[in-house]
Design a protein around this ligand. Structure first.
Ligand code: MG
Length: 243
């Protein structure tokens, strides 16, 4: 079985966040028999929009490795620590969103922080470029926050002193518990290994994808970032020629 972990922002999605450009690539991956797992800092609700647009029913990893969602019945065995959450199974790896908000609210004045939780829908649209329907889905957060703006770099240490983690993504910094895309991918790879041999692939463009590159058999990096293990590609369409 071939399992591919794909980042969304700046990997499958361009600046207009439209699902259309990547659709043919995902169809080719399906034809080649890949299990397609999104591994993104995007929320469950945003990823459900893209899963529906691309007709993909495989498990997915949300909010920078903070949670794994698995369709009920996808695996024919019991999944450790999984709970039911609105029609899916969820394995929580990160901390609750309320815990992150509590920390950011304490720091927001001193560092002039702007993030989803203290921004209006219009502000979110302006910071991210998301259209309103996707901005609404991005505001429904479970395990992470995104720093759109902050006054000084000391904020990262201040957040980390509160037991949280700050990671750089394609566009912004993300605040989470002590999780990453690699830890979550490994948990899912373990589950797939119960079904048979697994060959794993990972594709991303940002610093937050490095832990993913480290746990897969074959890694590909889109754009400027370099990593000793990851093969550089210009865009995801080049990926198909490399697999
Ligand atoms: Mg990205």
């Amino acid at each position: 079985m071939k399992l591919i972990f794909l980042d969304l922002d700046k990997t499958l999605l361009g600046d207009d966040y439209s699902p259309q450009p990547a659709a043919p690539i995902l169809n080719k991956l399906k034809e080649k028999g890949f299990v397609i797992v999104f591994n993104s800092s995007k929320t469950r609700f945003e990823q459900e929009f893209y899963r529906k647009a691309w007709k993909i029913d495989d498990p997915f990893i949300v909010e920078n490795g903070s949670g794994i969602y698995i369709p009920i019945g996808y695996f024919d065995f019991e999944i450790p620590k999984a709970e039911q959450a609105d029609g899916l199974l969820r394995v929580k790896l990160g901390v609750e969103y309320s815990r992150i908000l509590e920390t950011l609210r304490r720091l927001e004045k001193s560092f002039e922080l702007k993030y989803y939780g203290n921004s209006t829908l219009h502000e979110v649209m302006a910071f991210t470029g998301l259209p309103s329907h996707l901005a609404e889905l991005a505001k429904r957060r479970e395990f992470s926050e995104t720093l759109f703006r902050f006054e000084c770099a000391d904020v990262i240490q201040a957040i980390e002193r509160n037991g949280l983690k700050v990671t750089k993504g394609s566009r912004f910094y993300t605040v989470t518990g002590h999780v990453d895309k690699g830890i979550a991918a490994s948990r899912l790879i373990e589950l797939f290994r119960k079904l048979g041999d697994v060959e794993t692939y990972g594709v991303g463009d940002g610093e937050n994808d490095i832990p993913l590159f480290e746990v897969v058999d074959y890694a590909f990096v889109v754009g400027e970032l370099r990593h000793p293990k990851a093969v550089p590609i210009n865009d995801v369409s080049e990926l198909l020629r490399r697999l």
